[in-house]
Write a protein that binds this ligand. Structure first.
Ligand SMILES: C[S@@+](CC[C@H](N)C(=O)[O-])C[C@H]1O[C@@H](n2cnc3c(N)ncnc32)[C@H](O)[C@@H]1O
Length: 225
């Protein structure tokens, strides 16, 4: 993994000047060097995407990857790199960052086998049609967007992995999650999400990515039983 002088939670951009910090031939270092050369991604996003992708791939292999609220879409690319049995990925965001294309070109230049395998659609994620073969992923879909993604995935009986963030705690959430009287409200919400998946007939895994990358580090994985 990355050297200690490189803060994993920094929002500053990775640039080609920093490539030397990732010297090895490990897949992570090779990916990090490509991200540095593309000069468009905050450091934090590299570590988040990688740590989420490798945990997801320990149990969920194959299928079309559908990265919802994808931002630059690095999570989808990392999932393809980690498991070549997923042929295609679809990234969906209502606003594709201008630099996502640069990142895509750099990744394809390094791994030509990925050419044409990642599609990016700029639209509301509610419009995406999902199926039971899909692997639905989303990193930091803010607040209730995570709930919408879980609902969509469950409706399609698709496998799903989310890293929730920006928990909103209003009157409605307090009524829905009574444990907020005992637990930190954001934790109560994520527990309710895990129970919701279980109640829908999903096997649930509650994991975490390293807390030094982000305090919003709970990784919720669900697979239909
Ligand atoms: C915090 S960013 C996360 C981006 C990326 N997943 C990451 O981890 O860096 C949330 C993203 O959700 C997108 N978004 C918000 N509402 C959306 C919607 N209804 N449909 C599609 N994308 C949406 C935003 O455009 C933004 O890119």
């Amino acid at each position: 993994m990355a050297p200690p002088e490189l803060s994993h939670s920094s929002r500053s951009r990775l640039t080609s000047r920093l490539s030397h910090l990732f010297p090895s031939e490990s897949l992570f270092d090779r990916l990090a060097r490509v991200v540095c050369e593309a000069e468009c991604l905050p450091r934090k996003e590299l570590f988040e995407a990688w740590e989420m992708a490798r945990r997801v791939r320990r149990t969920l292999r194959g299928g079309r990857v559908v990265d919802l609220a994808a931002g630059h879409g690095l999570l989808a690319w990392a999932l393809l790199l980690l498991d070549d049995t997923s042929q295609q990925a679809l990234c969906v965001d209502r606003r594709r960052p201008a630099s996502a294309e640069r990142l895509a070109q750099s990744l394809v230049a390094r791994w030509p086998r990925l050419e044409g395998r990642v599609e990016y659609v700029e639209e509301d994620l509610a419009k995406v049609e999902l199926g039971p073969e899909d692997l639905v992923v989303s990193a930091h879909a803010c607040g209730s967007l995570t709930d919408r993604i879980l609902e969509q995935a469950v409706k399609a009986r698709a496998r799903v992995a989310v890293l929730p963030c920006c928990h909103h705690v209003g009157e409605r959430e307090r009524k829905r999650e009574p444990l907020e009287g005992w637990l930190a409200p954001d934790l109560a919400q994520d527990i309710a999400r895990a129970h919701g998946l279980q109640a829908a007939g999903y096997r649930v895994r509650a994991l975490a990515i390293p807390g030094e990358i982000t305090p919003k580090n709970r990784l919720l994985i669900g697979e239909p039983e």
